[in-house]
Design a protein around this ligand. Structure first.
Ligand code: NAG
Ligand code: NAG
Ligand code: NAG
Length: 424
């Protein structure tokens, strides 16, 4: 028994000394070192191939960022993967649960289970750092006692003037308005959702006639902007993976556990705007497994990604009133035969389709239908699935969030359209 303890102690000492030696031989780079300086490390005479040095720098950055000391010091770390990853927003002390980009610019809101909400006015503005961020909490109250609740879902209204949040503990759905001087004030919407389960996502009609929420069940709920429930729709898809609203607010597409994707038309009375209901108008058949992601383009194409490892793009501008169904325009092969496809979105300009699978994001040109580039290891050192991703409103950035991670990575959008500019 004593011998065993002694052995363990010896082992610990050896490991500690080993680490100390490594630490001495490789002095830690200060996290606040300016980018220009760290770039000089990349010069060819450093003796490393570009790949190796990039990888090492990446690993080093992640190591630095993960130490408690640097978590305070390097609030804003920079990291590059072939110059695409331009910033890592590291500021929450627990996992980031949701984020959403402003519909027109780079402003981003992020929510964490540490109960903080941050609004990054310009998330890549390295100079501004803390001042570029507005931090607040979502207050809940019970029996007159106030405490902060955390958001589980958020989205911007199309005008960029306010943000909708779905709260976790109280099940409140609430809007906050952004005032002229970037102050955040309580908005006009504050209701309690009757849904028992945690809201998975919230999305708002660009024309501001309705918003919708859904959870892990097969049902989504449609609300008017004052917080009255207009209708609940049972999709019969066992479990909803995603519900998306088209750019004109006219269609809602839902994807779930089953292979069929459904599209509803949202009907309002022409003259007085009275809500008439949702009409199921299309049933997209062709996938062979659960559909994990669905997205509309601005010109009403629909993209779907599926567990069957196919990416499909559909034309929904059909005479559905005459019984016509959506037509498959083309399908795309994934960039890796073993990748699990998770999410899909069109770039705001409409020239790219971005697909997230495992910890990678691939960009497809909608012109050539070819992969433009693949961002691998988007979740850094730890390989986890991408939980959420999205383009900034101006189309210049892509943000990725890994499952359980406390940071959001921001990526420059690759230059289009020439393939050679990406892989020289
Ligand atoms: C360097 O990167 C290229 C393409 O990005 C890749 O094909 C190659 O295998 C990499 N080399 C090493 C040593 O990792
Ligand atoms: C929501 O709250 C429950 C406890 O009420 C907690 O276990 C869970 O982690 C929270 N979810 C998120 C996403 O914060
Ligand atoms: C993606 O993730 C799944 C399950 O987590 C795994 O089986 C698969 O090998 C991964 N694919 C790649 C390309 O890493």
């Amino acid at each position: 028994m004593h011998l065993f303890l002694l052995l363990v102690l010896l082992l610990v000492v050896v490991v500690v000394v080993g680490f100390a030696l490594v630490a001495v031989s490789k002095p830690q780079k200060s996290p606040s070192r300016p980018l220009a300086e760290s770039n000089s490390k990349l010069s060819p005479n450093s003796g490393l191939t570009k790949n190796q040095s990039l990888k090492q720098r990446q690993q080093k950055l992640y190591k630095e960022n993960n130490s408690p000391k640097s978590r305070v010091a390097s609030f804003f770390a920079q990291l590059e993967q072939r110059n695409y990853c331009i910033a890592v927003l590291r500021c929450h002390t627990e996992q980031v649960v949701c984020f959403a980009f402003h519909p027109k610019n780079r402003c981003l809101v992020s929510c964490s289970s540490d109960r903080s909400v941050r609004i990054w006015w310009d998330p890549v503005d390295r100079q501004a750092k803390f001042s570029s961020v507005n931090l607040f909490t979502l207050a809940a109250s019970e029996d007159g006692v106030k405490f902060p609740d955390s958001a589980v879902a958020c989205c911007w209204k199309k005008d960029g003037q306010s943000i909708l949040f779905a709260l976790n503990y109280t099940r409140a759905i609430r809007a906050y308005d952004i005032s002229e001087n970037q102050k955040v004030v309580a908005g006009s919407l504050d209701v309690i959702s009757p849904q028992k389960n945690t809201v998975k996502d919230i999305d708002v009609d660009p024309l501001l006639r309705y918003f919708l929420t859904y959870d892990d069940s097969s049902t989504f709920v449609v609300w008017n902007m004052r917080g009255t429930i207009l209708t609940s729709v049972d999709t019969h898809q066992v479990k909803i993976n995603q519900v998306a609203i088209s750019a004109d607010g006219r269609f809602v597409a839902s994807a779930g556990f089953i292979a069929d994707v459904y599209i509803w038309e949202v009907l309002f009375q022409k003259d007085n705007g009275e809500f008439l209901g949702l009409n199921k108008v299309m049933d997209l058949k062709g996938h062979h497994a659960g559909v994990t992601g669905v997205a509309f383009s601005r010109d009403n194409k629909l993209a779907t990604v599926c567990k069957d490892r196919t990416i499909r793009v559909w034309n929904i501008e059909v005479r559905y009133k005459l019984g016509e169904d959506a037509k498959l325009l083309f399908s795309l092969d994934p960039w890796d035969t073993q990748v699990d496809l998770l999410h899909v979105t069109f770039s705001p300009k409409g020239d790219l389709l971005a697909v997230a699978g495992n910890d990678s994001v691939a960009f497809y040109s909608l012109d050539t239908r070819q992969v433009v580039t693949v961002l691998r290891q988007c979740t850094g050192r730890t390989t986890v699935d991408i939980k959420k991703f999205g383009f900034s409103g101006d189309g210049t950035l892509l943000a990725t969030l890994g499952q359980g991670q406390q940071w959001i990575s921001l990526w420059n959008i690759p230059a289009m359209p020439s393939l050679s500019s990406v892989h020289p």
